[in-house]
Design a protein around this ligand. Structure first.
Ligand code: MG
Ligand code: ZN
Length: 346
């Protein structure tokens, strides 16, 4: 018998498939531009969680106008479409746009929404509600929430669920739908399947009264959604960084950014352990035209100067950690955030 010819080994180069996350945590510091972050690094007692990120990009925030509002910019991130200021997940022709939360539901991913504003406020609402205008629609958005299958909702706005001219009690309806409904995040170790936590009747107060609601709510939402190794998409908003910007108050901005960063720390800690979670931290726009004008590193003091009491068109940073993070390096449009997340979820 003749010896066998040596087999030629052909190596087919493996197609490079970027790693895909099983879970995405999108964190939005409303109005959190680079100066807001810089000022916070000066006054913070310790390095920010944000300083641990290695993949960083810049985001163009404009709507159909150069200066966006929070509804249009949240809609851009939530739906991938530019729209007019004031639109809640609706396009320029007032067409209803599917949001990333609604898309996640079609994939049977679990979903959650956390904010330091009311849960019906422009930023969170644009991830699950659809309204042609953001003003005076709190009840309508609350009613739209009830038509969804979002596992977690946390923020302010108890009154929009409780009392309505339509005669419905949405708190009661939510309980019937299996939600654990509370008005406090202090629920200990209890991890329900579905939870609605509305900590204030209308807008939540500042930190002094609010305490560490946001970090705790972020942690609790992760605990709820990650049960049984489930895939999930959640969005966390630090909503009051923007309010500090509108009021041109540097101390309001930095205390809110520190609080938001503590929520980021929880997300990052989970992602580092989990290894299948993409954490994105960005802003919907800059507020105040804030600059770091004066201060002292030694005394941990900073004085911000402002050019406006409204939003600006300056690009905002995006920080990414986990599978897919490299997609978020460079300059991108806010609508790209949606498209990148969606393709990573496939
Ligand atoms: Mg907001
Ligand atoms: Zn604003």
């Amino acid at each position: 018998m003749a010896c066998q010819e040596p087999t030629t080994i052909t190596t087919i180069p493996e197609k490079i498939i970027p790693p895909k996350p099983k879970r995405i945590i999108l964190m939005i510091g409303d109005g959190m531009g680079l100066s807001q972050i810089t000022a916070t690094t000066v006054v913070a007692e310790q390095p920010l969680a944000l300083e641990q990120f290695k993949h960083i990009g810049l985001v163009k925030t404009h709507s159909t106008k150069l200066i966006t509002d929070s509804a249009a910019s949240a809609t851009a991130m939530a739906t991938g479409k530019k729209t007019y200021n004031g639109a809640i997940a609706m396009g320029v022709d007032q067409d209803t746009l599917q949001t990333i939360v609604e898309y996640a539901e079609t994939l049977t991913w679990k979903t959650g929404i956390v904010t330091t504003a009311t849960v019906t406020h422009a930023t969170p609402a644009s991830f699950y509600g659809h309204q042609p205008s953001r003003s005076r629609v709190n009840r309508k958005i609350a009613a739209q929430f009830m038509t969804k299958d979002i596992e977690v909702l946390m923020g302010g706005g108890w009154t929009y669920f409780k009392d309505g001219l339509d005669g419905r009690d949405l708190i009661d309806e939510a309980r019937q739908k299996g939600y654990f409904v509370t008005n406090t995040i202090e629920v200990g170790e209890y991890v329900p399947q579905k939870m609605i936590c509305l900590v204030s009747s209308e807008l939540p107060p500042r930190i002094k009264e609010r305490g560490d609601f946001l970090p705790k709510a972020t942690k609790k939402t992760i605990d709820i959604l990650s049960q049984n190794n489930a895939s999930f998409f959640m969005v966390v908003e630090g909503g009051q960084i923007d309010w500090g910007g509108h009021q041109n108050k540097g101390d309001y901005i930095t205390e809110e950014t520190i609080d938001f960063d503590k929520a980021v720390a929880h997300a990052l800690a989970f992602a580092q352990k989990d290894k299948n979670t993409l954490v994105l931290v960005t802003a919907d726009h800059e507020t105040g035209g804030c600059s770091v004008a004066k201060g002292s590193l030694k005394k941990k003091e900073v004085t911000c100067a402002f050019t406006t009491d409204y939003h600006t068109g300056t690009m905002v940073p995006i920080f990414a950690y986990g599978p897919g993070a490299t997609e978020f390096v460079g300059i991108m449009d806010n609508t790209d955030i949606f498209h990148k997340m969606k393709s990573l979820m496939n």
